[in-house]
Every structure is written in structure tokens, then in C-alpha cells.
Write a new protein. Sequence first.
Length: 241
Amino acid sequence: MRFNTFFTLFALMSGVRGIAPPKVQICHVPPGNPQNFHSIRVSSNSVLAHLSHGDYFGSCSEFCDELCPASDFCHASQCSNNACLPEIEVDCSIEDLCLVDSCDPLNGCVYTELDCSSPDQCIVTGCDSESGCTEEPVNCNDNDVCTQDSCDSAVGCEHAPVNCDDGNACTFDLCSDPNGCIHFPRICFGTICETVQCNPVTGRCDRTPVICTPPTDPCKTAVCIPPVLGCVEMDIPGCVP
């Protein structure tokens, strides 16, 4: 816009007799010595000649990138109206805390994902753009009531079988999903002439003979006859009341 405005003004004033051409500012770059650039004001009549050999229309400070090219993409050029100033580093900082910023001289700013990994297999890691790395415990629940869920930091989730042992040798212990532990009693079979009971320590069926009640008749005796009669009274041979 400044360039067009200048030439419009130049065209109008060139046709007016008695008015000196206006002076304008250019950035003069001496041929053969471009580092000696400087801003000067020249007659508008000579602008085209200056532009044709590499000068710039305007202040030199407006053309730093052309006059003082940066050494790489990690630096930005600076200049005044007559000299290059020390380069400044390109600011690659970013507000996203999940990205690590760096600079490649050949490509400029580079952004890589922040490594939030953890050697602890019991931790689930993630990243929040505002707070950075996040951690929460891993969920090892396998929804099986017959397993004990735990986590080992070296291997992760573990699912050991539930111990349903009730300490009673007279029960059969097992686990069934979704009910959990079940304890079936051990059944001891005996005859009518013995009492049978499971020993909770050994798990064996202990058998005790039935003691029949003695009869009141001194010439009879009580005996137990398996499998169905049980205690019966029998005469004692040769007994005289």
C-alpha cells in the first residue's frame, strides 16, 4: 500500500510544474558491499533506479530477514536502520504440557509427545495438556468372585484363586462364580448298630458301636443285629430266673 501511495503521489506531483519531487526513504544496499546497508532519503525521481539495483523501498529495519538472514531456523534476525544486530533464539515454547518443544536448525520448532510412561505396571499413565503427566492405579478387577485380584509392580495384574479352605476336614471346599466359596459336608455311612461321625481334624469317619440298653429280665441279653434289626433282646441259654 505504501508503494502504491508513493507512486500515485509521484505521478500527480510530476505533472505539476514548479513543485520539487518529494523525498522518500529507501534502504540503500551498496552493490558489492551489502553489509553496509543504511536508510537514506532520496528524490522520488531516483527511486526506480535505486530499486533496480537491489535497494528496498522503506526503512532498512523493515527488511531484516532479507538484509540479515538468520544462520538457521532456530534463530531470528534483527537489524537497525544501518546494521545487523545479534540474532535471537526462536521461541518454541508451547502451553501444551503434553508436548516437549525443541528446535531443529534445519526445520525449526519441533514438538514431541511427553513421555509419561512408568516402570510400575500397576500405574496407568496419561497426560493432561494443562497439568502434564497423570497417574492412576490400574484396575485389576476381573469380575470373578473366585479370584483374588492384586497387582505386582513388575508384572502387573495377578489373579490368584480364592482360598476356600474353611479348616474343616469334613467339608469339600470349592468356589463357584458368581456364588463364591461353597462347602459341601462329607457324608459318613454306617449301620444301625453304630454311630458314625466325621472327624473335623482327620476327615475320617469315626465309628462307635451302639450300646443296647440291658433288659430287665436277667435271663435275657440285648444285642444289636445289623443291618436293620438293631437292638433286640435274646434269651440266655440255660438261664433260670
